[in-house]
Design a protein around this ligand. Structure first.
Ligand code: ADP
Length: 449
C-alpha cells in the first residue's frame, strides 16, 4: 500500500488529521485538568483556612470581654500574640502557637478593631504583606516580593456577643504555585510524548482501516486489466483476419465466407464476455444493496434441477458422458430468488463439469435438504482441481490453465458469476476436488418455507 502514491498520501493525510484532532482534544483536556486540579487544591486550602479561623474565633469568644481591647489571657490561646507594633516583626515565635495547624503550615493571624485598625498579630510575621483593614471575607494578596497569599476575615465577638473587631487568618499560596507549575511542567513535557504515541497509533490504525479499501482498489485494477486483456484477444483476431483478407489482391467467395465466419465467431466471444460482465456488474449492485429490478419469486429447486439435467443431456451425450440427476428429498425444496439467475448458477457448474470431464465420465446433479438449507451438488469424475487453485477459481477471469481453458472456450467468468449469484441469494458455493478423480461443487441456499 505504501508503494502506491495515492494511498500513501491519503494515509499520511488521514494520520495528520487524526493527530491534529487528537492534539486539540489533548490540549483542551490538559487545560481543563490543570484548571480543575488547581481549583480543587485552592478549595482544600480555603477549607483549611476556614477551619483554622473558626477554631481561633471559638477560642477568642471565650476570652474577649471588651470590644477592641486585648485581654491578657489571649496568650493562653496564642502564646506568640504581639500587640501591634513594629517590634512584633523582630522575633517570630510561631512555633509556640497552640493551634497545631498554625505552626505546621505557617499561617499568619491579625486582629483588627471594628474600625479596621491593627490591634495584634500572631503566627508568621510577614512585614512586607500590607495590612488590610477590609472586612471582605476572602482576599488574595501579594507581598512586596510578589508572592501570593490567601486570607480570610471573620467578625470577632466578645463573651457577651458584642462585635470586638475582626480576625484575619492567611497563608502563602507559594505551595499551590509550586504544585501547579510542577503539574504544568509534567503536562507540557508529557504532551509531545503522548502526541508521538498517538501519531504512531494513528499511522497504524489508518493503515489497518485502509487495507480493505486498498484490496478492493487492487481487485478493480486487476479486473480492469484482465477485462482489457480478454477483450483484446478476439479484437486482435478480428483485425488480423480482416487485414489478411484485405491484403489479398482478389477475394474468392470461399475466402470471404471464411473471414466472415471468423469475425462472427470472435464477435460471439466478445458478446459473451460483455454480457457476462454486465451480469457481474448487476450482481455487484444487488450485493451492495441496490434493489434488483428483477422479480423475486419462489423457485422450486426440484424443477430447476430436472430442467437443467434435461437441457444438457444432449450436450453430455455428444461428449460421451453420462449426466444423472439425484433428488434426495420427497418434498419440493423452495428458495426465494431470481429463477433466471439460479438457473445460470447451476448450469454454469454443469457446463464446466461437461467441459472438464474426459469422455465416458459421469456427472451427477444432487439435490438434498440439510437443516435450513437446500443443497445442490454438481459432481463429476473429471480432471479435478489442485488444492492451491481451488481458492482462486472463483476469482474473475481466473483460469487454472489459461491455454487449456481457452481451447474449451472459457473466459474465466463462469464461476465468478455463480459465486456472485449464490451470495446475492444469501447462499454460498464451495468446491471439493481431487486431481484426476473429479470435483464436487456444493451450493447452499437458505430454504423458503
Ligand atoms: P471457464 O470459463 O474458464 O471455465 P470458470 O470460471 O467457469 O471459467 O472456471 C474457472 C476455472 O476453474 C476453469 O478455467 C477450470 O480450469 C476450473 N474448473 C471449473 N470447473 C471445473 C471442473 N468441474 N473440473 C475441473 N476444473 C474446473
Amino acid at each position: 500500500m505504501n508503494r502506491n502514491l495515492l494511498f500513501s498520501k491519503t494515509r499520511r493525510q488521514l494520520a495528520i488529521w487524526f493527530v491534529s484532532v487528537m492534539a486539540i482534544i489533548l490540549i483542551v483536556c490538559e487545560f481543563s485538568l490543570d484548571r480543575a486540579l488547581s481549583q480543587a487544591y485552592k478549595a482544600t486550602l480555603d477549607r483549611e483556612l476556614t477551619s483554622v479561623a473558626n477554631t481561633l474565633h471559638n477560642g477568642f469568644v471565650t476570652i474577649l470581654d471588651r470590644p477592641g481591647t486585648l485581654e491578657s489571657n489571649v496568650s493562653n490561646l496564642l502564646p506568640d500574640i504581639c500587640p501591634y507594633s513594629d517590634d512584633c516583626y523582630e522575633s517570630d515565635n510561631s512555633s509556640l502557637m497552640p493551634v497545631e495547624a498554625i505552626y505546621k503550615i505557617e499561617y499568619y493571624v491579625s486582629l483588627l478593631s471594628s474600625e479596621g485598625n491593627p490591634v495584634a498579630i500572631a503566627g508568621k510575621r510577614i512585614k512586607s504583606l500590607p495590612l488590610t483593614p477590609t472586612k471582605s471575607e476572602w482576599l488574595e494578596l501579594l507581598d512586596d516580593d510578589g508572592f501570593p497569599y490567601r486570607q480570610t476575615t471573620l467578625t470577632l465577638h466578645t463573651k457577651d456577643n458584642l462585635v470586638w473587631g475582626y480576625l484575619q487568618v492567611g497563608r502563602s499560596l507559594e505551595e499551590v504555585k509550586k504544585y501547579t507549575s510542577t503539574m504544568r511542567r509534567v503536562l507540557i513535557v508529557g504532551f509531545p510524548f503522548i502526541l508521538s504515541l498517538i501519531a504512531v497509533g494513528a499511522w497504524w490504525l489508518v493503515g489497518k482501516v485502509m487495507q480493505p479499501i486498498y484490496r478492493s482498489y487492487r481487485q478493480i485494477q486487476q479486473f480492469t486489466a484482465d477485462a482489457a486483456h480478454e477483450l483484446r484477444t478476439p479484437l486482435a483476431a478480428i483485425r488480423a483476419t480482416v487485414e489478411s483478407s484485405l491484403m489479398k489482391p482478389r477475394l474468392t467467395d470461399a475466402n470471404a465466407r471464411n473471414t466472415l465466419q471468423t469475425v462472427s465467431r470472435q464477435n460471439q466471444r466478445l458478446s459473451q464476455i460483455v454480457s457476462d460482465l454486465m451480469i457481474l456488474s448487476r450482481l455487484d449492485r444487488q450485493l451492495s444493496g441496490v434493489k434488483s429490478s428483477n422479480e423475486i419469486e419462489s423457485v422450486i429447486l426440484n424443477d430447476l434441477v430436472s430442467d437443467i439435467a434435461e437441457e444438457f443431456a444432449a450436450l453430455a451425450i455428444s461428449a460421451n458422458l453420462q449426466l444423472k440427476q439425484q433428488i434426495n428429498t420427497s418434498q419440493n425444496l423452495t428458495v426465494k430468488g431470481n429463477s433466471e439467475q439460479l438457473y445460470r448458477l447451476v448450469s454454469n457448474l454443469v457446463i464446466n463439469a461437461i467441459k472438464y470431464t474426459p469422455s465416458s465420465g459421469e456427472i451427477t446433479i444432487i439435490l438434498e435438504s440439510e437443516h435450513n438449507e437446500a443443497v445442490i451438488r454438481v459432481r463429476d469424475t473429471g480432471i479435478g482441481i489442485a488444492p492451491p487453485e481451488q481458492k482462486k477459481i472463483f476469482d474473475r477471469f481466473y483460469r487454472v490453465n489459461s491455454d487449456r481453458s481457452r481451447q474449451t472456450g472459457g473466459s474465466g467468468l463462469g464461476l465468478a458469476i455463480s459465486k456472485a449469484i449464490a451470495l446475492a441469494h444469501n447462499g454460498s458455493i464451495e468446491v471439493q476436488s481431487e486431481i484426476n478423480r473429479g470435483s464436487s461443487f456444493i451450493i447452499r441456499l437458505p430454504k423458503y418455507h
